[in-house]
Design a protein around this ligand. Structure first.
Ligand SMILES: Cc1ncc(COP(=O)(O)O)c(C=O)c1O
Length: 453
């Protein structure tokens, strides 16, 4: 019996994992060799429950989206109420209360000056929208020569073609190389592996110098500088000095180009402030939001621009219209949950809770530096990361495909902790509602597993 026939014959089997194998194709998954997926049938708070009775702590907030815990009563109620009123309507030519309310509330909490909310439906589309908006902004302004984007080494901005183009060239993007448009790349402030060979304790953030020289040389050709402010996620949980972020804004102003902040991951409290840009008190020209915007319930993206950008699209000339849209843009269910999530931030002092979590992560992870396989420990807000190196003195390679990642993931899972290392970067990023005791348990578990590697 061939593979397809064998799999089809299994489709009558009752077990979810077996049925999954017949027709599902999972993201970032080598379907031939990867272990079977977790059969999750229920989730509450920080826990996932499987159909075979396991209770697993969600240590990655379900791919960095969940904020207030799974199946939160208040978010559930907001979703149910909205579903009984209006589940969806086209957002070109129509509007509805959840979209308008959420836009107003976002503008209230975003860095001052970001006032125009363009909805899409995920993180990659929020980035695509920002790129196209910046590009067409200059075109509408009569500066068609501004055609390149400056992005950072180790950047990750999503998996659609434009978002891949502005991401680090890596194993993720390699098969698609001929499809991608060229961009200009500059240093990232990766202090542990300093791109200019300095030490953070004595440097003056010289990693910014390359951006300055690129802008000096090519400034009039640059449409925008795109960054993941304060914390580059997929690139390795790289925590920035806030001076770098302030420097990016300053240089964009000096050389007259736009700054785009991709806060798809960092937004909504993940770095300890509502938005990472607040760490350096900067307002980008466009900010990209997704993931936590609906607290992990439903897909929604937003690219929020300044009034100056918006005004460049207002014209009697219809060619100046922003021709972009997605079927599910501003989906009312997603917007309603997003609003309820912002209510929770207000009612429950969520940012104070993240501050305590940050403290616990520091205290729990710092001692791991003493382990010979630990090269660096990085903590910001609700994210703690440990960079493993086979020989910490040598700061040896940091490959995504290192075998240690899957081995560790399996070891954590055996202890009922869901963690997906990025190669040799082990990170913990729970929903904010995690209790102090649960954090202690998770950090002890991480330490125990790392000691056995
Ligand atoms: C900074 C950043 N931008 C964009 C994306 C893409 O978001 P999505 O997976 O919703 O397309 C991600 C996803 O991890 C991200 O971390």
């Amino acid at each position: 019996m061939g593979r397809a026939a064998r799999l089809a014959a299994m489709s009558h089997l009752p077990h979810l994992v077996d049925r999954d194998r017949v027709h599902s194709w999972h993201p970032y998954t080598q379907m031939l060799t990867q272990p079977p997926p977790l059969p999750v049938v229920k989730a509450r708070g920080v826990y996932l429950y499987t159909d075979d009775g396991r209770k697993i702590l969600d240590g990655i907030s379900s791919w960095w989206v969940n904020l207030h815990g799974h199946s939160h009563p208040k978010l559930n109620a907001a979703l149910a109420v909205q579903a009984s009123e209006l589940e969806h309507v086209v957002f070109a030519g129509c509007t509805h209360p959840p979209a308008v309310d959420l836009a107003e509330r976002l503008v209230e909490v975003l860095p001052a000056g970001l006032t125009r909310v363009f909805y899409s439906d995920n993180g990659s589309t929020a980035v695509e929208v920002a790129l196209k908006m910046a590009w067409q902004y200059w075109r509408n302004m009569g500066q068609r020569e501004r055609r390149t984007f400056i992005t950072l080494d180790r950047a990750y901005h999503g998996d659609t073609v434009g978002a891949m183009s502005v991401s680090e060239a890596s194993s993720f993007t390699d098969p698609f190389k001929p499809l991608l448009f060229p961009v200009t790349r500059t240093h990232e402030p990766y202090c542990y592996r300093c791109p200019v060979g300095l030490e953070r304790s004595t440097c003056q953030v010289e990693c910014l110098d390359k951006l300055e020289s690129l802008l000096r040389e090519r400034g009039p050709a640059v449409a925008a500088v795109l960054v993941e402010p304060m914390l580059q996620g997929v690139g390795g949980m790289i925590v920035w000095p806030s001076e770098f972020l302030a420097g990016v804004r300053r240089l964009c102003d000096t050389y007259g180009t736009l700054m785009i902040a991709d806060e798809v991951f960092t937004g909504f409290g993940r770095t300890g402030r509502m938005f990472a840009c607040e760490h350096a008190s900067v307002t980008p020209d466009i900010i990209c939001l997704s993931k936590g915007i609906t607290a992990g319930y439903l897909p929604l993206g937003a690219s929020v621009a300044t009034e100056a950008i918006y005004e460049a699209f207002l014209s009697e000339d219809r060619q100046k219209t922003f021709f972009h849209g997605h079927s599910y843009a501003a989906n009312p269910l997603a917007c309603a949950v997003g609003l309820a999530s912002l209510d929770l931030f207000r009612e429950q002092d969520v940012l104070a809770r993240i501050g305590r979590l940050e403290q616990q992560l520091r205290e729990g992870l710092e001692p791991l530096r003493a382990l010979p396989i630990v090269g660096d420990v990085r903590v910001l807000g609700g994210v703690g990361a440990v960079e493993l190196v086979p020989d910490s003195a040598a700061k040896a390679g940091d490959g995504y495909f290192d075998e240690v990642g899957p081995r560790l993931a399996a070891a954590f899972l055996e202890q009922n902790l869901l963690i997906r290392p990025l190669g040799r970067i082990v990170y913990f990023m729970p929903p904010y509602v995690i209790t102090d005791d649960e954090v202690t348990w998770a950090l002890d578990t991480i330490a125990t597993v790392l000691r056995t590697v």
